[in-house]
Write a protein that binds this ligand. Structure first.
Ligand code: PLP
Length: 501
């Protein structure tokens, strides 16, 4: 069905159209019933307030407005959410139950430590698990998101160089396939970024790495470190990583690993074993704490014993049977605090609950199943879509729109077609190393049936590209409340404020 709906209150197929709250109001009908103003100011000397411009709607109108809008938030609890690199996987409800236990939910960070020993013990246990799984014993839980963890990790490296008097080490090597937060973090820490081009197989090559490493100085004496995502954003394991890490260490640099996608390795590979000095982990990806929608993330960092002296405070310490949060006075070499208090405690509860309910063997199965699901999709979708780098892949599979472009159908069109078919699109146009990329992360929590249905839909879309052509695709999506947007106009001429007409 196309065309404007006659009535903004109506819905079609239980899809609500929703106007702004201000557009619902009728000026002759106030939203609240207050007695007539007597004109007596409660306090003198205050300027008289004019109309505050609050929308005059009734409580049920306001309630329905917000509840309807809440249903627009497509989430992993609605359906398959194959957003590559984001690890949108099921959040077990057991974790929620644990986080809501009143002993955890109702404590306050300013309570005396003696009254929150259980909470500190939980954090200590989580530190211990993360240190064991990564092989990196220094763990600080404080960072509030992946990007915040990157900042904490790179500040740790900068602090180490500062303390060691390595002022000339200012360059950070970063592959061109990196998540955008990597170069941004390096620059925020006062480093300059030197690019490493991705090799023809979607991986770092030793040759390209050496060229970047020795470009400014033949010993690499200007190198502070490198930031590498492994598996990388093409969904591939960096098979030369050991040799690359050795070369970096010989030159005196530290290896920062973006561990946002640790779900591809957890329980099987310890990043310390491939040379990592410091990494962050997204609890809201690998360890299934909920994310998206503006909720809190959590991005703990793990580092070597050498770097642990520099990382932020607080770390939970254990002395005898008592736990405490360390302070700057406890560790003078620390770079300091990142934020108030100890980090996102509710996420620590969820993550530890997830880890303990899986156990070590269960976590190994998590990564095994995540990789299996992605390879299944790669094998199936590879029949109709271009697979730029030969598999096997890790936890996500990379495709491009090369075959569909012959019919003038692009990645954007395929994403819009997925919306029409009731799927959240995959990550589009990332990584930037190829044109028209589609990055699909099925995760380990989707059933084979769900994957097969997705394959069917993607295959149908590929057939439509041949049979129905670009005009049909450019009209998609047709069934959503908002149709194809004029994205150029939206970017060039954004309307950021509603004005009464
Ligand atoms: C998600 C992600 C990040 C950033 O994590 P946030 O919690 O969104 O800040 C960084 N790097 C990679 C590879 C990621 O997938």
């Amino acid at each position: 069905m196309t065309g404007e709906l006659p009535n903004p209150e109506s819905n079609r197929g239980l899809h609500y159209e929703e106007s702004l709250l201000w557009e619902k109001e009728r000026s002759e009908r106030p939203g609240v019933d207050l007695p007539e103003s007597t004109g007596v100011a409660l306090r003198t000397g205050l300027p008289e307030r004019g109309d505050m411009g609050l929308p005059q709607v009734s409580e049920p109108q306001a309630l329905r407005h917000f509840v309807r809008m809440s249903t627009w938030n497509y989430s992993i609890d609605h359906g398959f959410f194959p957003l590559g690199s984001c690890t949108m996987k099921h959040n077990p409800r057991l974790n929620e139950k644990m986080a809501r236990l009143s002993g955890f939910a109702h404590i306050h960070p300013m309570q005396p430590e003696s009254t929150v020993q259980g909470a500190l013990e939980l954090m200590y246990e989580l530190q211990d698990w993360l240190g064991t799984l990564t092989g990196l014993p220094g763990v600080c839980l404080a960072p509030s998101a992946g990007a915040h963890g990157e900042l904490a990790g790179m500040m740790t490296i900068r602090r180490a160089h500062d303390v060691q008097g390595n002022e000339s080490r200012k360059v950070v090597l970063i592959p061109d396939s990196a998540h955008g937060t990597n170069p941004a973090t390096a620059v925020m820490c006062g480093f300059t970024v030197r690019n490493i081009p991705t090799g023809p197989e979607g991986r770092l090559t030793v040759e390209a790495f050496k060229e970047a490493l020795y470009k400014g100085d033949e010993q690499g004496a200007d190198i502070a470190g490198m930031m590498v995502t492994n598996p990388n954003t093409c969904g591939l394991f960096e098979s030369n990583i050991l040799e690359i890490a050795d070369l970096l260490h010989e030159a005196g640099g530290y290896f920062y690993c973006d561990g946002a996608n640790f779900n591809a390795l957890v329980g099987r590979v310890r990043p310390a074993d491939f040379g990592v000095d410091v990494m962050h982990i997204n609890l809201h990806k690998t360890f299934s704490t909920p994310h998206g929608g503006g909720g809190p993330g959590s991005g703990p960092i793990c580092c070597t014993e050498e770097l642990a002296q520099y990382m932020p405070v607080p770390v939970v310490l254990k002395g005898g049977d008592a736990y405490c949060l360390e302070t700057k006075e406890d560790r003078e070499t620390t770079l300091g605090t990142l934020k108030a208090f100890q980090g996102q405690f509710g996420m620590f509860v969820r993550a530890l609950s997830y880890i303990m309910s899986h156990g070590a063997d269960g976590l190994a199965q998590v990564s095994g199943d995540a990789v299996l699901s992605a390879n299944y999709l790669m094998a199936k979708l590879g029949q109709e879509y271009h697979v730029p780098y030969e598999g096997p892949c890790m936890h996500e599979c990379l495709l491009t729109d090369k075959k569909q472009k012959e019919f003038n159908v692009t990645t954007l069109d395929i994403a819009k077609a997925l919306i029409e078919h009731g799927y959240h699109p995959m990550t589009v146009y990332f990584p930037l190393v190829l044109s028209g990329t589609m990055l699909i992360e099925p995760t380990e929590t989707e059933s084979k049936d769900a994957l097969d249905r997705f394959v069917e839909t993607m295959t149908e879309i590929a057939k439509d590209a041949k049979d129905k052509g670009e005009e049909y695709f450019h009209s998609l999506p047709q069934s959503s409340p908002r149709k194809r947007l004029d994205e150029v106009k939206a970017a060039r001429n954004p309307v950021l404020r509603w004005k009464a007409s």
